[in-house]
Design a protein around this ligand. Structure first.
Ligand code: COA
Length: 254
Protein backbone atom coordinates (compact mmCIF):
# COMPACT_ATOMS: atom_id res chain seq x y z
CA UNK A 1 0.00 0.00 0.00
CA UNK A 2 1.34 3.42 -0.95
CA UNK A 3 1.85 5.74 2.01
CA UNK A 4 1.37 8.73 -0.29
CA UNK A 5 -1.04 8.60 -3.22
CA UNK A 6 0.12 10.72 -6.14
CA UNK A 7 -2.33 12.19 -8.66
CA UNK A 8 -0.80 13.98 -11.64
CA UNK A 9 -2.71 17.02 -12.93
CA UNK A 10 -0.44 18.30 -15.70
CA UNK A 11 2.05 20.75 -14.23
CA UNK A 12 0.95 20.08 -10.65
CA UNK A 13 0.35 17.01 -8.50
CA UNK A 14 -1.94 16.25 -5.59
CA UNK A 15 -0.30 14.13 -2.85
CA UNK A 16 -2.55 12.42 -0.31
CA UNK A 17 -1.02 11.08 2.91
CA UNK A 18 -2.64 7.66 2.92
CA UNK A 19 -3.07 6.72 6.58
CA UNK A 20 -6.66 7.57 7.44
CA UNK A 21 -6.91 4.94 10.22
CA UNK A 22 -4.06 6.64 12.12
CA UNK A 23 -5.25 10.10 11.06
CA UNK A 24 -2.34 10.38 8.58
CA UNK A 25 0.22 10.47 11.38
CA UNK A 26 3.87 10.53 10.32
CA UNK A 27 5.25 6.99 10.38
CA UNK A 28 8.72 5.87 9.23
CA UNK A 29 7.23 4.43 6.02
CA UNK A 30 5.26 7.61 5.28
CA UNK A 31 8.36 9.78 5.80
CA UNK A 32 10.43 7.55 3.50
CA UNK A 33 7.86 8.01 0.71
CA UNK A 34 7.63 11.75 1.35
CA UNK A 35 11.44 11.92 1.07
CA UNK A 36 11.47 9.97 -2.22
CA UNK A 37 8.71 12.12 -3.73
CA UNK A 38 10.27 15.42 -2.65
CA UNK A 39 13.53 14.28 -4.33
CA UNK A 40 11.61 13.21 -7.44
CA UNK A 41 9.81 16.53 -7.97
CA UNK A 42 12.85 18.58 -6.96
CA UNK A 43 14.87 17.04 -9.77
CA UNK A 44 12.01 17.24 -12.31
CA UNK A 45 11.15 20.27 -14.38
CA UNK A 46 7.70 18.89 -15.18
CA UNK A 47 6.10 19.16 -11.73
CA UNK A 48 5.88 22.77 -10.65
CA UNK A 49 3.46 22.71 -7.71
CA UNK A 50 2.34 20.07 -5.22
CA UNK A 51 -0.92 20.18 -3.24
CA UNK A 52 -0.42 18.10 -0.08
CA UNK A 53 -3.47 16.79 1.80
CA UNK A 54 -4.49 14.00 4.16
CA UNK A 55 -6.74 11.03 3.34
CA UNK A 56 -10.33 11.25 4.57
CA UNK A 57 -11.95 14.27 6.13
CA UNK A 58 -10.78 14.06 9.75
CA UNK A 59 -7.10 14.94 9.53
CA UNK A 60 -4.43 16.55 7.39
CA UNK A 61 -1.81 14.92 9.62
CA UNK A 62 -2.09 14.12 13.34
CA UNK A 63 1.65 14.64 13.90
CA UNK A 64 4.08 11.94 14.92
CA UNK A 65 2.74 8.40 14.77
CA UNK A 66 2.48 8.05 18.53
CA UNK A 67 1.78 4.29 18.37
CA UNK A 68 4.91 3.66 16.31
CA UNK A 69 6.85 6.08 18.54
CA UNK A 70 5.92 3.99 21.60
CA UNK A 71 7.63 0.97 19.99
CA UNK A 72 10.88 2.84 19.21
CA UNK A 73 13.93 2.33 21.40
CA UNK A 74 15.11 5.60 23.03
CA UNK A 75 18.14 5.86 20.70
CA UNK A 76 15.94 5.40 17.60
CA UNK A 77 13.86 8.54 18.29
CA UNK A 78 16.61 11.16 17.63
CA UNK A 79 17.63 9.33 14.44
CA UNK A 80 14.03 9.36 13.18
CA UNK A 81 13.66 13.04 14.09
CA UNK A 82 16.88 13.98 12.29
CA UNK A 83 15.42 12.36 9.19
CA UNK A 84 12.15 14.30 9.58
CA UNK A 85 14.08 17.59 9.95
CA UNK A 86 16.15 16.89 6.82
CA UNK A 87 13.11 15.88 4.73
CA UNK A 88 11.12 18.97 5.86
CA UNK A 89 14.06 21.22 4.98
CA UNK A 90 14.47 19.70 1.52
CA UNK A 91 10.73 20.18 0.89
CA UNK A 92 11.02 23.80 2.00
CA UNK A 93 14.06 24.45 -0.22
CA UNK A 94 12.69 22.69 -3.29
CA UNK A 95 12.23 24.65 -6.54
CA UNK A 96 8.70 23.22 -6.48
CA UNK A 97 5.95 25.21 -4.75
CA UNK A 98 4.17 23.26 -1.98
CA UNK A 99 0.59 24.08 -0.98
CA UNK A 100 -0.68 22.40 2.18
CA UNK A 101 -4.41 21.80 1.92
CA UNK A 102 -5.24 21.39 5.60
CA UNK A 103 -8.36 19.30 5.19
CA UNK A 104 -8.68 18.30 8.85
CA UNK A 105 -6.70 18.23 12.09
CA UNK A 106 -3.06 19.30 11.81
CA UNK A 107 -1.43 18.89 15.20
CA UNK A 108 2.20 18.76 16.25
CA UNK A 109 4.25 17.51 13.31
CA UNK A 110 1.19 17.99 11.06
CA UNK A 111 1.30 21.74 11.63
CA UNK A 112 5.12 21.64 11.36
CA UNK A 113 4.83 19.90 7.98
CA UNK A 114 2.43 22.60 6.79
CA UNK A 115 4.86 25.31 7.99
CA UNK A 116 7.47 23.99 5.53
CA UNK A 117 5.01 24.48 2.68
CA UNK A 118 4.85 27.78 0.81
CA UNK A 119 1.08 28.27 1.16
CA UNK A 120 -1.53 26.89 3.56
CA UNK A 121 -5.19 26.63 2.52
CA UNK A 122 -7.39 25.47 5.40
CA UNK A 123 -10.79 23.77 5.26
CA UNK A 124 -13.41 25.72 7.30
CA UNK A 125 -13.79 22.80 9.75
CA UNK A 126 -10.06 22.08 10.23
CA UNK A 127 -7.89 22.89 13.23
CA UNK A 128 -4.17 23.46 13.63
CA UNK A 129 -1.89 23.54 16.64
CA UNK A 130 1.53 22.84 18.09
CA UNK A 131 0.26 20.69 20.93
CA UNK A 132 3.57 19.06 21.95
CA UNK A 133 3.91 20.57 25.46
CA UNK A 134 0.70 18.74 26.35
CA UNK A 135 2.67 15.52 25.72
CA UNK A 136 5.73 16.57 27.70
CA UNK A 137 7.86 17.43 24.65
CA UNK A 138 8.38 20.52 22.50
CA UNK A 139 7.93 20.93 18.74
CA UNK A 140 10.92 19.07 17.31
CA UNK A 141 10.63 19.50 13.56
CA UNK A 142 11.08 23.25 13.26
CA UNK A 143 7.88 24.48 14.93
CA UNK A 144 9.57 26.72 17.52
CA UNK A 145 11.52 28.42 14.73
CA UNK A 146 9.17 28.50 11.74
CA UNK A 147 6.00 29.53 13.63
CA UNK A 148 7.47 32.76 15.12
CA UNK A 149 8.96 33.64 11.72
CA UNK A 150 5.47 33.37 10.25
CA UNK A 151 3.18 34.85 12.90
CA UNK A 152 5.60 36.74 15.20
CA UNK A 153 7.15 35.75 18.52
CA UNK A 154 4.26 36.79 20.76
CA UNK A 155 1.52 34.84 18.99
CA UNK A 156 3.87 31.86 18.50
CA UNK A 157 4.66 31.78 22.22
CA UNK A 158 0.97 31.92 23.10
CA UNK A 159 0.18 29.00 20.80
CA UNK A 160 3.20 26.84 21.66
CA UNK A 161 3.15 27.39 25.44
CA UNK A 162 -0.58 26.71 25.73
CA UNK A 163 -0.68 24.00 23.05
CA UNK A 164 -4.00 25.56 22.02
CA UNK A 165 -5.75 24.43 18.82
CA UNK A 166 -6.91 27.17 16.43
CA UNK A 167 -9.78 27.00 13.95
CA UNK A 168 -9.64 28.04 10.30
CA UNK A 169 -10.82 31.62 10.74
CA UNK A 170 -8.32 32.35 13.49
CA UNK A 171 -5.52 30.59 11.59
CA UNK A 172 -6.02 33.01 8.69
CA UNK A 173 -6.43 36.02 10.99
CA UNK A 174 -3.03 35.42 12.62
CA UNK A 175 -1.32 34.58 9.31
CA UNK A 176 -0.83 30.89 10.10
CA UNK A 177 -2.93 29.85 7.08
CA UNK A 178 -3.04 31.90 3.91
CA UNK A 179 -6.76 31.36 3.21
CA UNK A 180 -9.85 29.35 4.14
CA UNK A 181 -10.96 27.19 1.22
CA UNK A 182 -11.69 23.83 -0.33
CA UNK A 183 -9.43 21.42 -2.20
CA UNK A 184 -10.77 22.99 -5.39
CA UNK A 185 -9.53 26.39 -4.16
CA UNK A 186 -6.10 24.91 -3.36
CA UNK A 187 -5.94 23.34 -6.83
CA UNK A 188 -7.01 26.62 -8.49
CA UNK A 189 -4.15 28.29 -6.68
CA UNK A 190 -1.79 25.58 -7.96
CA UNK A 191 -3.06 26.01 -11.52
CA UNK A 192 -2.68 29.78 -11.41
CA UNK A 193 0.94 29.46 -10.21
CA UNK A 194 1.59 26.99 -13.05
CA UNK A 195 0.53 29.63 -15.62
CA UNK A 196 3.57 31.72 -14.67
CA UNK A 197 7.17 31.42 -15.80
CA UNK A 198 8.66 28.39 -13.95
CA UNK A 199 12.14 29.78 -13.31
CA UNK A 200 10.72 33.13 -12.16
CA UNK A 201 8.33 31.42 -9.71
CA UNK A 202 11.13 29.34 -8.14
CA UNK A 203 13.49 32.30 -7.93
CA UNK A 204 10.80 34.48 -6.35
CA UNK A 205 10.13 31.75 -3.75
CA UNK A 206 13.84 31.49 -2.89
CA UNK A 207 14.28 35.28 -2.82
CA UNK A 208 11.49 35.59 -0.24
CA UNK A 209 12.78 32.68 1.88
CA UNK A 210 16.47 33.57 1.75
CA UNK A 211 15.93 37.29 2.34
CA UNK A 212 13.29 37.07 5.05
CA UNK A 213 15.65 37.23 8.00
CA UNK A 214 18.50 39.30 6.63
CA UNK A 215 18.83 43.02 7.12
CA UNK A 216 17.21 44.98 4.29
CA UNK A 217 20.45 45.74 2.41
CA UNK A 218 21.55 42.11 2.42
CA UNK A 219 18.02 41.00 1.51
CA UNK A 220 17.88 43.41 -1.43
CA UNK A 221 21.13 41.88 -2.68
CA UNK A 222 19.52 38.44 -2.55
CA UNK A 223 16.67 39.79 -4.68
CA UNK A 224 19.08 41.43 -7.11
CA UNK A 225 21.02 38.17 -7.57
CA UNK A 226 17.83 36.19 -8.22
CA UNK A 227 16.47 38.87 -10.57
CA UNK A 228 19.71 38.75 -12.58
CA UNK A 229 19.13 35.05 -13.20
CA UNK A 230 15.81 35.78 -14.91
CA UNK A 231 17.42 38.17 -17.41
CA UNK A 232 19.04 35.41 -19.44
CA UNK A 233 15.97 33.15 -19.66
CA UNK A 234 14.01 32.42 -22.83
CA UNK A 235 10.85 32.82 -20.74
CA UNK A 236 11.62 36.49 -20.10
CA UNK A 237 11.83 37.09 -23.85
CA UNK A 238 8.60 35.11 -24.36
CA UNK A 239 6.84 37.15 -21.64
CA UNK A 240 7.68 40.43 -23.35
CA UNK A 241 6.84 39.05 -26.81
CA UNK A 242 3.46 37.68 -25.68
CA UNK A 243 2.62 41.03 -24.07
CA UNK A 244 3.46 42.90 -27.32
CA UNK A 245 1.44 40.38 -29.38
CA UNK A 246 -1.51 40.52 -26.94
CA UNK A 247 -1.57 36.73 -26.40
CA UNK A 248 -1.01 34.47 -23.39
CA UNK A 249 2.66 33.53 -22.96
CA UNK A 250 3.87 29.97 -23.53
CA UNK A 251 6.57 29.38 -20.92
CA UNK A 252 9.02 26.50 -21.27
CA UNK A 253 11.07 26.88 -18.09
CA UNK A 254 14.19 27.84 -20.02
N1 COA B 1 -0.44 8.67 16.04
C1 COA B 1 -0.94 7.43 15.91
N2 COA B 1 -2.26 7.18 15.87
C2 COA B 1 -3.09 8.24 15.97
C3 COA B 1 -2.64 9.55 16.10
C4 COA B 1 -1.23 9.76 16.14
N3 COA B 1 -0.69 10.98 16.24
N4 COA B 1 -3.69 10.39 16.16
C5 COA B 1 -4.80 9.60 16.08
N5 COA B 1 -4.44 8.30 15.97
C6 COA B 1 -5.28 7.12 15.89
C7 COA B 1 -6.05 6.90 17.19
O1 COA B 1 -5.24 6.23 18.14
C8 COA B 1 -7.22 6.05 16.70
O2 COA B 1 -6.79 4.73 16.52
P1 COA B 1 -7.73 3.49 16.99
O3 COA B 1 -8.91 3.55 16.08
O4 COA B 1 -6.84 2.30 16.77
O5 COA B 1 -8.08 3.76 18.41
C9 COA B 1 -7.50 6.65 15.31
O6 COA B 1 -6.30 7.35 14.92
C10 COA B 1 -8.63 7.63 15.31
O7 COA B 1 -8.39 8.55 16.37
P2 COA B 1 -9.58 9.41 17.04
O8 COA B 1 -8.96 10.25 18.09
O9 COA B 1 -10.67 8.48 17.43
O10 COA B 1 -10.04 10.25 15.76
P3 COA B 1 -10.77 11.64 15.69
O11 COA B 1 -11.08 11.86 14.25
O12 COA B 1 -11.87 11.74 16.68
O13 COA B 1 -9.65 12.73 16.14
C11 COA B 1 -7.48 13.76 16.09
C12 COA B 1 -8.52 12.94 15.33
C13 COA B 1 -6.26 13.92 15.18
C14 COA B 1 -8.07 15.13 16.45
C15 COA B 1 -7.10 13.05 17.42
O14 COA B 1 -6.83 11.70 17.12
C16 COA B 1 -5.87 13.60 18.10
O15 COA B 1 -5.96 14.63 18.77
N6 COA B 1 -4.71 12.89 17.96
C17 COA B 1 -3.48 13.26 18.62
C18 COA B 1 -2.78 14.34 17.82
C19 COA B 1 -1.57 14.88 18.57
O16 COA B 1 -1.59 15.18 19.74
N7 COA B 1 -0.48 15.00 17.82
C20 COA B 1 0.72 15.60 18.32
C21 COA B 1 1.82 14.63 18.23
S1 COA B 1 3.31 15.42 18.79
Amino acid sequence: MSEIIIEARGAYEVWTINGEARRNAMSKAMMAELDANVSRVSSSRDVRVVVLRGAGTKAFCAGADLKERATMKPDEVPIFLDGVRRIFRSLERSDCVFIAFINGAAFGGGTELSLCCDLRVIDPAAEMGLTEVKLGIIPGAGGTQRLPRLVGKGVAKELILTGRRVGAEEAVKIGLATRVGSQEDAEKLAASICENAPIAVSLAKHAIDEGAHLDLDAALQVEQAKYAQTLTTEDRVEGLKAFAEKRPPVYRGR
